[in-house]
Design a protein around this ligand. Structure first.
Ligand code: PBG
Length: 340
């Protein structure tokens, strides 16, 4: 609900001069309403089974990393004060099938990476996505039958996937699949397995977005998905109220934290979620958002570092407690070295 601002009846110009507070650097710092710190950042990282880092063509500056390298970079992130790293597998094509069964292999890429980071960087939190798309040959997040993405049957598999990841040492399970009822089912599954301490960050308001393009390239699901759409499970970008229903349901089912995704085109949703629920709220500045800023910077059209920092601060202003961003390492480095 909108309230009348207290300053609506304040004296106008020339008594009031908005520029007075902006005149000096110290004054601008003094009146700043929001601040970005490394503790606000979650760093998504792609793991592959190759021997060397391999660039992701559509995400300049992002690489698929071998497991040993993931642990090294996780250490760097922890030293810079980044609290959480998010691990995504680029599963070899030969291991993909309609059931996404590699998701349940406790020796899969993501589980190996979780163990490596857990062993070498105990002070960082580890987040894993729960969804079948990095493992299915059709590229969908769930099981498909007669052209339909099945809900309840998919949820059963997703619970198993969450358990495998949690048992490998993942701290935060992040279901990104958008099946109905999966948060509750995963919570019950974790609790029954004695994993009550494992947190759930629900991709609660996840939209069917074209901004995920470069990510699908990174995990190798682009070709598989071909022209298929995820609109029967991810949200319609036209909807806002529906995001609040999704968040309410995920919280009722036991989510500890919620996420809005993508980020920049959905800052209105971040604000509405934060104001309505007052729970830990995150946004995912997704691959396409990263790609467009990088591309414009490479063309010399935008000042890279400044748009990076401005875009991240925008999430804080919109009410987010943190941001998943491919800029995390660089932004944290900048914050650490920054002089006032
Ligand atoms: C898996 C998943 C996706 C992203 C995160 N988890 C892709 C999708 O839903 O198609 C996208 C992240 C990004 O674009 O950076 N379900």
């Amino acid at each position: 609900m909108q309230q009348t601002p207290a300053h609506a009846s304040a004296p106008a110009y020339p008594q009031t001069r908005m520029r007075r507070n902006r005149r000096t650097g110290w004054s601008r710092r003094l009146v700043a309403e929001n601040v970005l710190t490394p503790a606000d950042l979650i760093w998504p990282v792609f793991v592959h089974d190759g021997p060397r880092p391999e660039p992701v063509a559509s995400m300049p500056g992002v690489e698929r990393l071998p497991i040993t390298e993931v642990a090294k970079r996780a250490k760097q992130a922890a030293v810079l004060g980044i609290p959480v790293i998010a691990l995504f597998p680029a599963t070899p094509t030969a291991l993909k099938n309609p059931q996404g069964s590699e998701a349940l292999n406790d020796q899969n890429l993501v589980c190996q990476a979780v163990r490596a980071v857990r062993a070498e960087v105990p002070e960082i939190g580890i987040l894993c996505d729960v969804a079948l798309d990095p493992y299915t040959d059709h590229g969908h997040d769930g099981l498909v039958q007669d052209g339909e993405v099945l809900n309840d049957a998919s949820v059963e598999v997703l619970v198993q996937q969450a358990l495998v990841q949690a048992q490998a040492g993942c701290d935060i399970i992040a279901p990104s699949d958008m099946m109905d009822g999966r948060i509750g089912a995963i919570r019950r599954g974790l609790d029954a397995a004695g994993l009550q301490h494992v947190q759930i960050m629900a991709y609660a308001a996840k939209y069917a977005s074209a901004f995920y393009g470069p990510f699908r390239d990174a995990v190798g699901s682009t070709g598989n998905l071909a022209n298929a759409s995820k609109s029967t499970y991810q949200m319609d970008p036209a909807n806002g109220d529906e995001a609040l229903r999704e968040v309410a349901l995920d919280l009722a089912e036991g989510a500890d934290m919620v996420m809005v995704k993508p980020g920049m085109p959905y800052l209105d949703i971040c604000r509405r979620v934060k104001d309505a629920f007052h729970v830990p709220t995150f946004a995912y500045q997704v691959s396409g958002e990263y790609a467009m800023l990088q591309a414009a910077a490479q063309a010399g059209w935008l000042a890279r570092e400044r748009v990076m920092m401005e875009s991240l601060l925008g999430f804080k202003r919109a009410g987010c407690d943190g941001i998943l961003t491919y800029f995390a390492l660089e932004a944290a480095g900048r914050l650490a070295g920054q002089n006032p």
